[in-house]
Write a protein that binds this ligand. Sequence first.
Ligand code: ZN
Length: 411
Amino acid sequence: MEINQKQLEQVNDRIKALVKAESFYGKKLEEAGITEVHSAEDFKKLPFSEKNDLREAYPLGLMTAPESEIVRIHSSSGTTGTPVIIPYTAKDVDDWAIMFKRCYETAGITNMDRIQITPGYGLWTAGIGFQNGAEKLGAMVIPMGPGNTDKQLEMMQNLKSTVLCSTSSYALLLSEEIEKRGIKDKIHLKKGVIGSERWSAKMRERIATELGIELYDIYGLTEIYGPGIGINCKYNTGMHYWDDYLYLEIIDPKTGENVPDGEIGEIVITTLVKEGAPLIRYRTHDLSRIIPGECPCGSKFPRIDVIMGRTDDMMKIKGVNVFPKQIEEVLAEFKEISSEYQIRISHLDGKDTMRIYVESTGDVDFANLSKRIAERVKSRIGFTPIVKVVEIGVLPRSMKKTARVIDERYQ
Ligand code: ZN
């Protein structure tokens, strides 16, 4: 999807602001000698930005508006060392809330809904993003934050929450607790808005069935406002994103070239109107694709597919490129196993080995099941894994991101 004239003008305006503020990225653009773009071709010459660049700007090197206009910062967690600090102006906070409100509306959520928010509040963009959007919509917010499952379920029943905002693993945990406690008839949830984590079709189906709700995937990242920059509609044909605020490209992560619409690659985002910390061609390392054509819902907002993983999830095993998503899709074909799984890759006696752990949901012949799964995986990725079937509930469930792939080769 080529950048249009209006978006180019917005990019030029942002470049001017970055250069004028002598912010971290403004200096980078000056060094690269590009301070104006007139065509889609020019745009593609703009240097990419990366999370590591943003870390170098710590603490406030990204600040592009005068400090008098900055009302808030958020910070993205770094698994390694220095965090990234993103300053927001009042307009940025408001724009984010407008986008998030659109997400709720796209999911058919209204000001008569009661929205229970379980992601964390604080430096993270999660909880507060869900909250601002819901308030903009005029819905009633139940700002729980994470954890304390007893209290979550108590409020969910007494306040008759109709919408659950959560990570996929916490939604799964809650659905299992509801089942275990036999309180499903006291739960009034109709919809779930699920963010921040890659999840399988099977896990989605399981949460939807157990809770009896419709599920919506919300997309976003702290560097670009936070969650709320895209969501699927009820037709579930990918996530609509807000191209009046953001320009998205899909690139080949190895060459940096744009790939044709429809092909999988890395999402690269340019913020068109952000003031506090505009970003140009920010590499998200999230894998997806542009979905060509129009959505049956009639929305003119373009779509990307659900996030298919991270560029660094790409594993090279026995010389073959493997995405966890490929394995997930194979596992989803088997009704005899739960949505939880774990993949362990190790290197023994000069050879790579992949072990896949899955949970049986009933009375099945474990040996026969593991053989059938191994054969299906082989037909998909080209080599045979070792499949181990365990009892249900054995694999770890986590309230935060669940680590499903463990590469023991480099530990
Ligand atoms: Zn749609």
